[in-house]
Design a protein around this ligand. Structure first.
Ligand code: BT5
Length: 264
């Protein structure tokens, strides 16, 4: 049987904003499947949604736990932007997730550089943006969004139970996934249009308003080294500026931010 037959979507939903949602029971990774779809057609605004992922991916080949009850989706986009701009899509997706959660459930949401959304200080969502670059131009982007929606904390592996949370856990209730996904896409679409209209500075400002780690003492894991300093600012190209204890400002392009408990 060909891969197409094996992976025929269970259903396709069209939204009023022009997104087509391809719904699957299970996929290894919605990002990987979205890349295959993007390579075969020239369309965009296709959303690959799976109830579970068997090999969900984080950055740097890390794993992403994706049991049933979560929102695991990837959006295919063809933005007109230079390859260096792609991280802006991660930022606007995290803004869209944070605002959706805030508006629907009145939970305290924050964003954390570069790709997390937190609820009550714990990770509820991670974003993985992957771009296909040809001749120094973006051919397509797959924007992967994983949201721990209706997941019991006990179903996370032990190492995640202190750092991850889910909407079900925070609300002590199950949420209705359809309206949640639709609202997220509406927010995302609004931010995406603003980005394409050249309103990035305004969007970054909005993101920073939700970034409560800014101004705090943090640790950044880069490869096997740990840098400690104050999270000083985010540049227009999405880098983190860390102010080291000796006052030197260091521009960080990738890494993981952890709040220090020692100083503030
Ligand atoms: C991310 O990577 O946070 C990006 C996650 C993107 C997942 C989506 S789901 C749809 C699409 N298809 C995919 O295959 N992926 C995308 P990173 O910042 O590297 O964080 C990964 C780390 O988060 C892991 O090493 C774990 O420590 C932790 N983690 C794993 N699963 C988690 C979960 N469900 N909730 C919270 N933390 C998790």
């Amino acid at each position: 049987m060909s891969p197409q037959n094996l992976l025929e979507p269970k259903k396709i939903e069209n939204t009023s904003l022009g997104y087509r949602i391809f719904c699957y029971d299970s996929l290894p990774s919605t990002n990987d499947w979205a890349k295959r779809v993007a390579q075969r057609s020239k369309e965009e605004r296709i959303v690959i949604l799976a109830e579970t992922q068997t090999s969900g991916k984080g950055r740097l080949k890390r794993y992403w736990v994706s049991p049933k009850g979560g929102v695991w989706l990837s959006i295919i986009l063809r933005p007109k932007m230079p390859p260096q701009g792609v991280l802006k899509l991660t930022f606007i997706a995290s803004l869209a997730v944070a605002n959706t959660i805030n508006e629907m459930f009145h939970l305290k949401t924050e964003v954390k550089w570069p790709n997390d959304v937190l609820v009550n200080g714990k990770k509820v969502c991670g974003i993985l943006t992957e771009a296909n670059i040809r001749k120094n131009a973006v051919e397509f982007v797959v924007l992967g969004v994983g949201i721990n929606a209706n997941i019991k904390l006990e179903s996370f592996p032990c190492d995640l139970q202190n750092t991850a949370t889910s909407l079900k856990h925070e609300l002590c209730n199950t949420i209705d996934l359809r309206p949640f996904i639709k609202k997220f896409l509406r927010y995302f679409d609004r931010y995406y249009k603003r980005l394409q209209q050249g309103l990035w500075r305004m969007l970054l400002q909005e993101w920073k308003c939700l970034a409560s780690f800014l101004g705090k003492q943090v640790e950044i894991n880069i490869d096997s080294a740990i840098l400690v300093g104050k999270a000083w600012d985010i540049t227009e190209d999405c880098a983190l500026i860390l102010r080291l204890d000796d006052g030197i400002l260091k521009k960080i392009l990738t890494g993981d931010v952890k709040l220090c408990v020692r100083k503030s």
